[in-house]
Write a protein that binds this ligand. Sequence first.
Ligand SMILES: [Zn+2]
Ligand SMILES: [Zn+2]
Length: 282
Amino acid sequence: MTEDVGAIVLIANYYEYDFKKMLEELEDKTYDGICWKCDLEKVKEGMPVYIYYSSMPDGINRICLASEILKTDVEPELIRKSFNLDENSQVEKYILISKPKAIVPEQIDQFSFENLKKYNINNLQGKRYLYKQSHKQLLKLLAENTKNIGSKRIITELFGLSCEFAYDKNEIFHSTKHTTFKRENGLEYYESHHFIHRAQHAINNKPMSEFIESKDNIVILCPLCHNRIHYGSIKDKLYMVNKIYEKKKEIIKEKTNITLEQLHNMYLTSYELKKIDKEKNS
Ligand SMILES: [Zn+2]
Ligand SMILES: [Zn+2]
């Protein structure tokens, strides 16, 4: 029995996806939407499209955008024009999708890879179909949790990052701007720091690897703050660790049984720990 295709899922790698081009396309009047390379055969006009982003900096890959197929076969001339290709170059098959709606940021984790497994979406290696029967529930959930937002806001609300300490009141953070540089894909560069370090496989005999790789353990930092939390003075490191701990306290208590003291020990070198001991005893 052949199942009816209800929708398609397109995959984009966060670090490779050209957000700059997406913005240009959204503002370009030549198109009503965005061109997307797609050679799936069962695509039809009007079919819902979901865009799944992989390699998200917070570690959670998810569906971020929802759209609809406007055209299943974009004319090669338009594609050549859009990608600045010369007249003779061969172009692959492109579909045109409407300007995307964004998943409401507060609901975004519902569309993570883990949750998509509930809908039998176990493998997201490439473009794929969503069959009507098994994905009705998902389609409903998606329809309820998307909103129209302006093109620039799609990028900043869902994909834009900023340093955890960008707005911190402590004067040690005032001398830097916490902004970095634009990558080729149009997004500003930041780093993901694992609050409980990756080397920490277990804490108090509790395996940690699952928590370590989860969103709850990731802190987005500018390169300067990232180096400071690893290599800063004792005072600076502890300030940063305490601040992050305060913010994540609930989840850290629930998922790990690490104490603040253990966290401090994790961030301080043995030289620094000895120094603190000496000061205490003198
Ligand atoms: Zn920073
Ligand atoms: Zn780090």
